[in-house]
Design a protein around this ligand. Structure first.
Ligand code: PRP
Length: 217
């Protein structure tokens, strides 16, 4: 699949605040919401079409423009760090159907020699995915790609293929991008930033720390 970067300057601005170690819990969570909204707008700009529709203003009839496909959006929330991010995405896609997947890295087991983590999936609730859908799998961090691959595996084996399946992250490390795009060639990877590397513990560097911890505790 395609790997692309969110280019809106305000997205870069929000991400820089999220990276800052001095950004405390409330500001971090709100920043993730704002970033999600901006990413949603960028997805609309880059991937969705508009159509002309006749509308009536209080004074006259005129042509208006409407975004096509807003009723065919599914957002998958990869618990738990994606929750505020998804809240922002919903501002751009208010009528999206939502799915939830609880997937987490087994940090105790650690990263194996292939740079992968064992992933446990504890809870899955997805809406029915239809062929015309744009499915956005949101997780602020794409590190080794282990979580995202497990989630995509689950979605693609249990459901029909949607027209567009894309992953959305705030920060992504090169190994994770490579892993997701090679395992799922039809999936587009969208991220606000591509960071330098993973450290020995599988954390994104420079990154933003552990997004789940920073947003929730
Ligand atoms: C973090 C992050 C991603 C995952 C990325 O979640 O939110 O889901 O790790 O790493 P990967 O690409 O190497 O799989 P974590 O497992 O810490 O769970 P949490 O969101 O509940 O904190």
């Amino acid at each position: 699949g395609d790997a692309s970067v969110v280019t809106h300057a305000l997205a870069k601005d929000e991400l820089s605040k999220l990276r800052d170690v001095g950004t405390e819990q409330v500001a971090f969570r709100k920043g993730l919401v704002r970033l999600g909204r901006l990413c949603g707008y960028e997805i609309v700009d880059g991937r969705m079409e508009t159509e002309y529709v006749e509308i009536e203003t209080p004074l006259t009839t005129t042509m208006g423009e409407r975004v096509k496909g807003l009723d065919d959006v599914v957002i998958v929330n990869v618990l738990r760090a994606a929750t505020p991010f998804v809240e922002g995405l919903l501002k751009a896609f208010p009528r999206a159907r939502q799915g939830v997947i609880s997937a987490s890295r087994d940090e105790a087991a650690g990263m194996d020699e292939d740079g992968e983590f064992p992933i446990s999936i504890d809870y899955v609730k997805l809406p029915e995915i239809r062929p015309e859908d744009t499915v956005i799998v949101a997780d602020p961090m794409l590190a080794t790609g282990s979580t995202m691959c497990a989630v995509l595996e689950h979605i693609t084996t249990s459901q029909t293929d949607p027209e567009t399946l894309l992953t959305l992250s705030a920060v992504a490390a090169p190994p994770g991008i490579v892993r997701v795009s090679s395992a799922f060639p039809d999936v587009d990877v969208l991220t606000v930033a591509i960071d330098e590397k993973l450290d020995d513990d599988g954390f994104i560097v420079p990154g933003l720390g552990d997004a789940g911890d920073r947003a929730f505790r």
